[in-house]
Write a protein that binds this ligand. Sequence first.
Ligand code: ADE
Length: 351
Amino acid sequence: MGNQSPQEGKAVGEDSVALLSNKVDPAEETPHFISLRPKSLKDYIGQAEVIEALSIAIEAARQRKEPLDHILFHAPPGLGKTTLAHIIAGEMGVNMTVTSGPALEKGGDLLGILTHLEEGDLLFIDEIHRLPKVVEEFLYPAMEDFAVDFIFDKGVHARSHRYRLARFVLVGATTRAGLLSAPLRERFGIFRSLDFYSDEELVQIARRSAVLLNVEIDTDGAYEIARRSRGTPRIVNRLLKRVRDFAQVRGDGIIRKDIVCKALELEGVDEKGLAVLDRKYLKTIIDFYKGGPVGIEAIAATLQEESDTLVDVVEPYLLKIGFVNRTSSGRKVTEEAYRHFGLPIQQGLFR
Ligand code: ADE
């Protein structure tokens, strides 16, 4: 988390560490590290329906003394998929092991992890849509029968061994539910999409985080950060820390609206909360492709960015605020985006 890019999403290939055991809470391990993540369902702000559904599933599983069904979370980056996985593990009182789709290259990588899980333990696979096919197929019997068949050697020496596994809970996270194969998707008993947060929820998150960071923030200051955080708690917390620095060095330490505006200007965050890459994306379509329609690969090539980053990180919020549309012939910038940049709209472009 320490190396978050300004655009907030994870770069492709990040999290490539094969296994990150989370048996120790980093907040307890590192002095001076303050985790802004809520630790329990009752502390979680927003996503009310998801939280209620999870509370019911957790309580029912606890009463029956059974592990939970496997859970799949779908959302753009920064909306709480990983945080919820940690909370579920905490509420169930089990250990959680963290890995990611691209970090698992072979069935053997997964076998090592699965055989170390104890009854009820949680296995979190981030970017599960990027799991290689061989690993995905290895996962099916593990999810369904809590057993895996591993084949050693090849040809006439081939031997198969069946490993029994403890009844673990898989929590998968994806930014692209559509890329998951149907057989994998169908093996999750609980599937939830997380939405962008409302400004009111983000204000509450900013206030909660300010308390944890021991910094004073007024109502207008909290609202200004919330409103420019693209519906995303991770962005609230990142901007809050930058504004706190600014207030401390250039102000009296208190976060007010005028300090937020100055600090965010320095961060390259505009009135709508758009960051550098958001603006470059929109300007590319406007300047090079006359507002579109244009295919994502052409935009990515012009911007020299990965198309995955644009689709996962940049587009979801621009689609949500109606600055772009996705049509069958490609991406199209809307009138609102032209107006945001103060650009003239050519006759006949939208009418
Ligand atoms: N920090 C980040 N996300 C949060 C959330 N949803 N609720 C409370 N604090 C948070």
